[in-house]
Design a protein around this ligand. Structure first.
Ligand code: NAD
Length: 490
C-alpha cells in the first residue's frame, strides 16, 4: 500500500471499493498552510450514504459472528499498518491540517496506541457473572453489538478522531460508516485503505466524504443506523440528538468546551505559564479541551500576566517543526474567531496580544492567527461563554479559591479543567467541586490517554465517554442471560 500518491479525487470507500460520489459531485480541499488546493474530494449525498449503510447492514451479522478475539486481531493489524505507514499518514495529516510534521507524528502515534489498546480489549471483553435468588440459576451479563454505527468526526486531530471511533465500534461487532470531516479527507481515506488491507471484510467499514448537511445528515436520519457517534460542535450535536432521538437510536455526543485553568497564589508560576501556553495554543487552540479561560488569583495576577505575555511573545506560528503551532483549519473559522475577538473588544475587553491574522512572508495565503490573549471580558460576555476553537484565551482576575471555583463552573460547558496549586486541600476540593469530565492538578487542560475515559458534563456531551474501556459501552449493549439447570438430571 502506497499512501504517498494522493488521488486527484479522494473517493468514497464503500463495500471495499473506491468510488466517486454517485451524483458525480466533488469539492476542493484547500491546504490551511497556504490556501492552495490540494485535491478534489467526493461530494457525497444521501444515495452514497444509503449504499454504504446497506452494505454495512448486510456485512454486519457475519462480522458479529466472528469471535471478538479475531476482530481484535484484525484491528491490531490495522494498528500495525498504521505504524508501518506512520510517516506517510503523518505527512497527510500535516498537509490537510497545516500542523507541523512533528505534531502530526504525535497525533498518528496516539491513533496507533488507540488501535493497540482496543485490539487488546478483544481478549478482555468482560461481562459479569453474578448471583440469582433462585437455586441452580446462573446469571450473566454479556456485551452484544448494536448493528450499524454512523461515525461523524471533526477535523482537529483527524487520524486520532477516526481511531477513537472506528476501533471500538468495530471491536464490538458493529459495521461502521464513517463520515469524514470535509476539512480532513486524506487521513480518513488512508485509514480506509489500511483497514481493507488488514482484512476488515467488505462492507464492514466504509468511509464517505462530503458536507454535513448533504452527507452527515442522511447518516443521522437513516433508520438502519443503530448508533450515531458524533464529535463536533454543540449546535450540530443538538440537532443530531433531536433527529436520531426521534427514532430512539443510541447517540454519543462529544462536543465543545470552554475549559478553565486556575492559577492559585501558591502555584509554581513558571509551570503554570508552561501549561497555560500548551493548553491555549497547542494545535492552534483547536482542541475541545483547550484552556480558553485562565483564572488567576489577584495576588499573583500581575506577575503571572507578565510571565505569560513574555512566553506568548516567544511563540512561533507556522507549519514547520520549529514552530509552536500552525494555521486554523479553514478561512471561515478564522474569520469567525477574529470577528468574535473584535466584538469582545467593542464590548470593553482588552486584547493584550494578537487578535489578528498573520499574513507576512511565509504565511501569506495561510489561515494563521496570532496567539491572542484577552483581558477584562465579563463572565457573561460572549467571548467568555462561547467556544472559539482557535489560539485565543481570556485572562480573569479572581479574589480567592471560592471565586475561582464559582467562575470556573459558570459555563454551559464542562469538559476539562485544571488547577495550579501546591496545596493538597485546594487540589482535592477542586477535584470534588469542579464540573468537568476531566480534572487535572498542576498540568494542562488536556484530553485523555487511550485507556482513560474522555468526555464532559453539561453541554460538552450527553454522558457517554470515548476512549478507555468505557468506549465499549457506546458501541455495545448488554444482554442479561439466565441459565437454569437441574442437578437431579445429571
Ligand atoms: P462541526 O459540528 O461543524 O462539524 C463536525 C462534523 O459534523 C463534520 O464532519 C461535519 O461535516 C458534520 N456535520 C455538520 N453538520 C451536520 C449535520 N447537520 N448532520 C450531520 N453531520 C454534520 O464541528 P467542527 O467545527 O468541525 O469541529 C469543532 C467542534 O468539535 C468544536 O466544538 C470542538 O470542541 C468539537 N470537538 C469535540 C471533541 C470532544 O471529544 N468533545 C473533540 C474534538 C472536537
Amino acid at each position: 500500500m502506497d499512501l504517498r500518491g494522493i488521488p486527484t479525487v479522494i473517493p468514497n470507500q464503500i463495500g471495499g471499493l473506491a468510488a466517486p460520489a454517485a451524483a458525480g459531485g466533488t469539492f476542493a480541499k484547500v491546504a490551511p498552510a497556504t490556501g492552495a488546493v490540494i485535491c478534489q474530494v467526493a461530494r457525497s449525498t444521501r444515495v452514497d450514504i444509503e449504499q454504504a449503510v446497506a452494505r454495512a447492514r448486510d456485512a454486519q451479522p457475519a462480522w458479529a459472528a466472528t469471535t471478538v478475539v479475531r476482530r481484535g486481531e484484525i484491528l491490531r493489524k490495522i494498528a500495525i499498518l498504521l505504524q508501518e505507514h506512520r510517516a506517510e499518514i503523518a505527512a497527510l495529516v500535516a498537509l490537510e491540517t497545516g500542523k507541523s510534521l512533528k505534531d502530526a507524528l504525535g497525533e498518528t502515534d496516539a491513533a496507533i496506541e488507540m488501535g493497540f489498546f482496543v485490539a487488546g480489549e478483544g481478549r478482555r471483553f468482560y461481562g459479569r457473572t453474578t448471583t440469582s435468588a433462585t437455586p441452580n440459576k446462573t446469571a450473566l451479563v454479556m456485551r452484544q453489538p448494536l448493528g450499524v454505527a454512523g461515525l461523524i468526526i471533526a477535523a482537529n486531530t483527524p487520524i486520532a478522531n477516526v481511531a477513537w471511533k472506528a476501533f471500538p465500534a468495530l471491536l464490538c461487532g458493529n459495521a461502521a460508516v464513517l463520515k469524514a470531516s470535509e476539512d480532513t479527507p486524506l487521513s480518513a481515506w488512508a485509514f480506509g485503505e489500511l483497514a481493507r488491507e488488514a482484512g476488515v471484510p467488505e462492507g464492514v467499514y466504509s468511509t464517505v466524504h462530503g458536507f454535513g448537511e448533504e452527507a452527515g445528515a442522511p447518516l443521522v436520519e437513516h433508520p438502519d443506523v443503530a448508533v450515531v457517534s458524533f464529535t463536533g460542535s454543540c449546535g450540530v450535536g443538538r440537532w443530531i440528538a433531536e433527529t436520531a432521538g426521534k427514532r430512539l437510536a443510541k447517540i454519543c455526543l462529544e462536543l465543545g468546551g470552554k475549559n478553565p485553568l486556575i492559577v492559585c497564589d501558591d502555584a509554581d508560576l513558571a509551570n503554570a505559564v508552561t501549561w497555560t501556553i500548551g493548553s491555549a495554543f497547542s494545535n492552534a487552540g483547536q482542541r475541545c479541551a483547550a484552556g480558553s479561560r485562565i483564572l488567576v488569583f489577584d495576588a499573583v495576577y500581575d506577575q503571572f500576566k507578565a510571565l505569560l505575555l513574555e512566553a506568548v511573545g516567544a511563540l512561533k506560528v507556522g507549519s514547520t517543526d520549529t514552530d509552536d503551532y500552525g494555521p486554523v483549519i479553514n478561512e471561515e473559522q478564522m474569520t469567525n474567531m477574529l470577528a468574535s475577538v473584535a466584538r469582545a473588544q467593542a464590548a470593553g475587553a482588552t486584547v493584550l496580544a494578537g487578535g489578528a491574522r498573520l499574513t507576512d512572508a511565509g504565511r501569506a495565503g495561510g489561515f494563521y492567527v496570532a496567539p491572542t490573549i484577552i483581558e477584562g471580558a465579563g463572565a457573561a460576555a460572549e467571548i467568555s461563554q462561547s467556544e472559539l476553537f482557535g489560539p485565543i484565551t481570556c485572562l480573569y482576575r479572581v479574589r480567592d479559591f471560592e471565586d475561582a471555583i464559582r467562575l470556573a463552573n459558570d459555563s454551559s460547558f464542562g469538559l476539562t479543567a485544571s488547577i495550579h496549586t501546591q496545596n493538597i486541600h485546594r487540589a482535592m476540593t477542586f477535584i470534588g467541586r469542579i464540573e468537568a469530565g476531566v480534572a487535572v492538578v498542576n498540568g494542562g487542560t488536556y484530553g485523555s490517554e487511550p485507556h482513560m475515559p474522555f468526555g464532559g458534563l453539561k453541554q460538552s456531551g450527553n454522558g457517554w465517554r470515548e476512549a478507555g474501556t468505557e468506549a465499549l459501552d457506546v458501541y455495545s449493549d448488554c444482554k442479561t442471560i439466565y441459565i437454569n439447570h437441574n442437578p437431579g438430571r445429571v
